[in-house]
Design a protein around this ligand. Structure first.
Ligand code: AQP
Length: 327
């Protein structure tokens, strides 16, 4: 059977980049795959986090999974830190990862650049990510553009381990989407829309109010050409907005272009905001019901129990294969 694993870090509030690049796919894929959707809180703490905020955000992200349509009766939803096998297998993966290959990870380079104190965990992060995936014998992993390199490393580590110690891990395949693999910032089409960007007008949050959404889109950067045309090389800011429209409005890129032919950016941005608001309103309503409920904590506890049962089997197999005693 096909199994998929993915998660969104609670390192900031969830924005439409994470929705387009990850969350909406979870909803689509959960019928075809056995879904494991987790909140990678251990990854979030590779950079400093405020404890209270981390606790709240972790529940928020889980609630947003469910509010967006991930069904706890079909999929397993849990917090990474509640399944200790992640950290254990993470250590084992570090023993297989070479310092040289880890040093080539571009995300580490980007995230450490210009900082004088960077945690060791930020460097070893991809080994933990490999463990997350391999622990559940995931056959498929949905990846945005920025995670391709980490998934490639995961495949290398799985293959290396299997060759050394015998067939233990499933080597996962990427699931790559065409539209929205890399949603860019509204303020700057050359940088990814990112949760930890201090500039709040660079993103639209899933929990933003309609007024904020309208304001952010109206201020989004465009270009001086005035035509709603999809052309990443020459019109990256507008192409980014067209992709967002296409996803939230459920229409093809070509139809977006056709719809706004001969119209300026003003009309396009106005309607874009309304299309996004229409999709986010029911999601926000469901979120409001969930966030202060015991239902959410029950789902997360049950999810962690299910995940731990599956993960422990893989962890034990890996330990045995390496010569670590398992009683
Ligand atoms: N802008 C984006 N476009 C497309 N996909 C995106 N993803 C995130 N941002 C975009 C995808 O969402 C998944 C979860 O990402 P993550 O939150 O675990 O890590 P990230 O990619 O590092 O996200 P951020 O927002 O940039 O967080 P910070 O700033 O804290 O590192 C991934 O599959 C990712 O591709």
């Amino acid at each position: 059977s096909k199994r998929i694993l993915s998660g969104i870090k609670p390192s900031g509030d969830l924005n439409i980049g994470g929705y387009i690049g990850a969350l909406r796919q979870y909803v689509q894929l959960q019928d075809e795959y056995d879904g494991f959707f987790f909140v990678p809180d251990l990854h979030a703490i590779t950079v400093p986090q405020d404890p209270k905020e981390l606790r709240e955000r972790s529940r928020q992200i889980a609630a947003l999974y469910i509010a967006a349509g991930v069904d706890p009766n079909k999929s397993t939803i849990f917090l990474q830190s509640q399944v200790s096998a992640h950290a254990e297998l993470g250590w084992i993966m570090e023993t297989q990862a070479h310092f040289g290959e880890m040093s080539r990870m571009t995300q580490f380079k980007e995230k450490s650049e210009g900082k004088d104190a960077v945690s060791t965990a930020l460097f070893t992060y991809p080994a933990l990510m490999a463990a997350d995936i391999l622990l559940y014998q995931a056959t498929h992993v949905p990846v945005g553009e920025d995670q391709k390199q980490h998934l490639e490393l995961t495949r290398d580590l799985a293959t290396r381990f299997n060759n050394r110690f015998g067939e233990t891990f499933t080597v996962p395949e990427p699931v790559i989407q065409e539209v929205g693999a890399r949603v860019m910032g509204l303020d700057d089409p050359s940088s990814k829309m990112s949760k930890s960007n201090p500039n709040q007008s660079s993103y639209v949050l899933l929990l933003d109010e309609p007024a904020a959404i309208r304001k952010k889109f109206s201020r989004a950067v465009t270009d001086s050409d005035m035509s709603v045309r999809y052309d990443w090389d020459n019109k990256p800011a507008v192409s980014n907005l067209i992709e967002i429209y296409s996803v939230f409005g459920d229409v093809s890129i070509a139809d977006v272009e056709k719809r706004f032919e001969g119209q300026g950016y003003g009309a396009f941005k106005k309607e874009l905001a309304e299309v996004v608001i229409a999709k986010l309103t029911p999601l926000q309503e469901r979120y409001a019901e969930l966030i202060n409920s015991d239902e959410l904590d029950r789902i997360l506890q049950e999810g962690a129990r299910k995940a731990a049962a599956v993960g422990q089997k893989t962890l034990d197999a890996a330990k045995r294969a390496m010569g670590l005693l398992v009683y």
